[in-house]
Design a protein around this ligand. Structure first.
Ligand code: PMP
Length: 405
């Protein structure tokens, strides 16, 4: 047996082995999964734009006009008019001077955090930040201080130490850097952005906020959690992905012109990677236009999320932490989470189980993602099925609360 096979066997024994499931057709509320029709409750196509006719047409037209691939990295010959147009629109959307397109959210976070961090800079990172921010901290090769989830006191304590130990205040070389998700990807709660900005001002730190799950999902016109908190223009770099609410693929960093020039010259994941494909860029542009034209999609998403949270509570599930379209059902052990997931699948609902290392040990969960395109009946049906699946898998969501049989 090879050492690789041994490691795979170990993952299987721990209940942590993963395989890909196969979806036939677009990411709608109902899909065919591994040959079986199911209600889809774990897609980030939050606004239902990935398969919108105008988005599809825009991508198809772009393929005919510009070709499928960008052919080169951004700084060689890969920046085409289609990229520039979307960057201008995204900057307007996020209320910043500039926006820079990256290949994906993962690449944007790697590039931005490693470019702003580095030896001599302490990075302050929420303990539940997305893996791409964590990897960005690792790549920065400086100090990283991981603060407790949304814990402003802990963050302030860390900043005090860093400033005392000589990290620069703003204006001096390499100020500290605070990085956080806005909407946490596995918990659906929102970072205390106002408090973070206040601390950053006080201690002279820069702030990077990853709006992967806020963009298109909250705030006025879907402009995100930062806009909802009234903090537009006060964050050094706002990251957003095009792969979730905006229905496409790719990502952006929104910031001022000086920062954009800095990132263009230092973010290695931008410099050394092919520019995003024109059809994906044009598809995202069409999705952004639809967001401007039809802000009701965002309201519908939020309303659907509230419906599912209520229905789940009625089934005895604990969903207290989530205030967004991401709703975790925290099961605990990985094998139990898998059993609940399979039991729901058998009953026609697909909500993927999320296990370590994506989430901390002992917090395996079903991560439910609501879409604006779900109907209320579908969400009610999903909650009922999940209640039955929990029962069938022998999991009691919250002690003392009876689960409907
Ligand atoms: N940040 C967060 C918070 C995410 O959840 C994700 C995707 N799961 C990413 C970044 C990466 O974005 P992308 O899928 O565009 O690489």
């Amino acid at each position: 047996m090879t050492e690789i096979q041994e490691r795979l066997d170990e993952l299987k024994e721990l209940g942590l082995f993963r395989r890909m499931r196969l979806v036939s057709g677009p990411q709608g509320p109902r899909v065919v999964l591994d040959g079986k029709p199911v209600l889809l409750l774990c897609s980030n196509n939050y606004l239902g734009l990935a398969d919108h006719p105008r988005v599809r047409e825009a991508a198809a037209d772009a393929a005919m006009r510009w070709g499928v691939g960008a052919g080169a990295s951004r700084l060689v010959s890969g920046t085409m008019t289609v990229h520039r147009r979307l960057e201008e629109s995204l900057a307007m959307f996020k209320g910043t001077e500039s926006a820079l397109l990256f290949g994906s959210g993962y690449l944007a976070n790697l590039g931005v955090v490693s470019a702003l961090g580095g030896p001599g800079t302490t990075i302050f990172s929420d303990e539940l930040n997305h893996a791409s921010l964590i990897d960005g901290c690792r790549l920065a090769r400086g100090e990283t201080f991981v603060y407790g989830h949304c814990d402003l006191d802990h963050l302030e304590w860390g900043l005090q130490q860093a400033v005392r130990d000589g990290d620069g205040r703003r204006g001096r070389a390499r100020p500290p850097l605070i990085v956080t998700d806005s909407v946490f990807s596995m918990d659906g709660d929102v970072a205390p952005l106002e408090g973070i900005v206040e601390l950053a001002e006080h201690y002279g730190a820069r702030v990077v906020v990853d709006e992967a799950h806020g963009t298109g999902c909250m705030g006025p016109d879907g402009r995100g959690a930062i806009a909802e908190a009234g903090l537009e223009g006060q964050i050094d770099v706002v990251i957003g992905t095009l792969g979730k609410a905006l229905g496409s693929y790719g990502a952006f960093a929104a910031c001022d012109g000086e920062m954009a020039a800095y990132l263009t010259n230092t973010a290695r994941s931008l410099i050394f990677s092919t520019a995003p494909p024109p059809p994906a860029v044009a598809g995202a542009m069409a999705a952004l236009d639809l967001l401007f034209e039809q802000p009701r999609r965002v309201e519908r998403l939020q309303c659907n999320a509230a419906v599912l949270r209520d229905e789940l509570a009625r089934e005895g599930f604990e969903v207290a932490g989530s205030t967004t379209q991401i709703i975790p059902l925290i099961v605990g052990e990985a094998d139990v989470a898998m059993r609940v997931c399979e039991a729901a699948l058998e009953r026609g609902v697909f909500a993927q189980a999320i296990r370590p290392p994506t989430v901390p040990d002992g917090t395996s969960r079903l991560r439910l993602a609501v879409m604006a395109s779900h109907t209320k009946d579908e969400l009610r049906e999903a909650a009922r099925v999940l209640g039955k699946a929990a029962l069938a898998a022998g999991w009691r969501p919250s002690a003392g609360v009876p689960i409907a049989a």
